[in-house]
Design a protein around this ligand. Structure first.
Ligand code: R1P
Ligand code: GUN
Length: 306
């Protein structure tokens, strides 16, 4: 049973006056908890100390909030989830989005949600300058087929029952992201724009699934974020999502035929069976750690210009 008051009281007991009302919320994706390294006057609040909170079980996700001041001058009070919850861990969708609702009730107005994602778009390669995607829209097959965090009784009758999503990703925050990249003198190609596909995971995509999502219009794919976006929008927050592209999803135009290989083998030719490229969470975390610093600078710059 949700009890926002108990959660909020437990959190506030950790915080000095200047951090009691965070203005900006940040969600750190896989390997990206280093985003909080620049916070001044940081206070860590472990999830286990907060009634109603689950704990994160995924490597690269810490089970704690970091509160602090970010940006120039006195700094803006902010809160970061150093780890998030995913439905594939066994958490209910309402537990997955509970921290987002708590951040809204603490006073957060703008939320910057980050994630690690696989690229479905050959124009968004990995390991080159183009490594972040500002999400402009999403494709959530789970939402369309009954796995929607807003299903069920509402947490408040003040919230809209039928949430419009045609404006899910704040144009003004997205503008700030591109201006931040310019100010930081990142290459023009460092920030792409694209559509994020949400899948439940925890298995990565088969080549056919990758091709399907690409043909359906997605640029990157991941196993998180969208439930958080829906809850944040329902709570009335301005939402921005930044994806760090950590790997390519293999999408062959054609499959190499094993049947043909066997025919060649039977005809006396030496054949080598194809070895597919495979993605691993270790690879995802390595890229996350490598790029967390740049992402932090973008986030800090955005916070400065709010
Ligand atoms: O979306 P985040 O939490 O950044 O993590 C991404 O990385 C993990 C897979 O490597 C999945 O959880 C996927 O969603
Ligand atoms: N579903 C999915 N999630 C990811 N997270 C990081 N990379 C990937 C990927 O390739 N697929």
């Amino acid at each position: 049973m949700v009890n926002f008051e108990a959660s909020i009281n437990a959190i506030k007991a950790f915080l000095p006056d200047k951090l009691q009302h965070p203005r900006v919320g940040i969600v750190c994706g896989s390997g990206l908890s280093g985003l909080a390294d620049e916070f001044k006057d940081i206070v860590i609040v472990p999830y286990k100390e907060i009634p109603g909170f689950a704990s994160s079980t995924v490597p690269g996700h810490k089970s704690a909030f970091a509160f602090g001041l970010l940006g120039n001058g006195e700094g803006v009070p902010v809160v970061a989830m150093l780890g998030r919850f995913h439905p594939y861990e066994g958490h209910s969708l309402s537990s997955v989005v509970y921290p987002i609702r708590v951040m809204a009730k603490l006073g957060v107005k703008d939320i910057i949600i980050t994630n690690a994602a696989g690229s479905l778009n050959p124009a968004i390669p990995v390991g080159t300058s183009k490594f972040f995607v500002v999400v402009q829209d999403h494709l959530a097959l789970p939402n369309l087929t009954g796995m929607n965090p807003l299903l069920g009784p509402q947490t408040s009758f003040d919230l809209p029952r039928f949430l419009p999503l045609s404006d899910a990703y704040s144009p003004s925050l997205r503008r700030l992201a591109f201006l931040a990249a310019h100010r930081l003198q990142l290459k023009d190609s460092a920030l792409a724009e694209g559509v994020y596909a949400w899948v439940s995971g925890p298995s990565y995509e088969t080549p056919a699934e990758g091709r399907f999502l690409r043909q359906a219009g997605a640029d990157v794919v991941g196993m998180s974020t969208i439930p958080e976006v829906l809850a944040a929008k329902e709570e009335g927050l301005n939402v921005m999502v930044l994806s760090l592209v950590t790997n390519f999803v293999v999408i062959p135009d054609t499959y190499r035929s094993i049947k043909d290989e066997v025919k060649a083998e039977l005809a006396g030719k030496k054949v080598e069976l194809p070895v597919a490229q495979v993605v691993s969470h270790e690879e995802v975390l390595t890229i996350g750690k490598e790029k967390a610093g740049v992402l932090m600078k973008i986030v800090e710059n955005i916070v400065d210009s709010l």
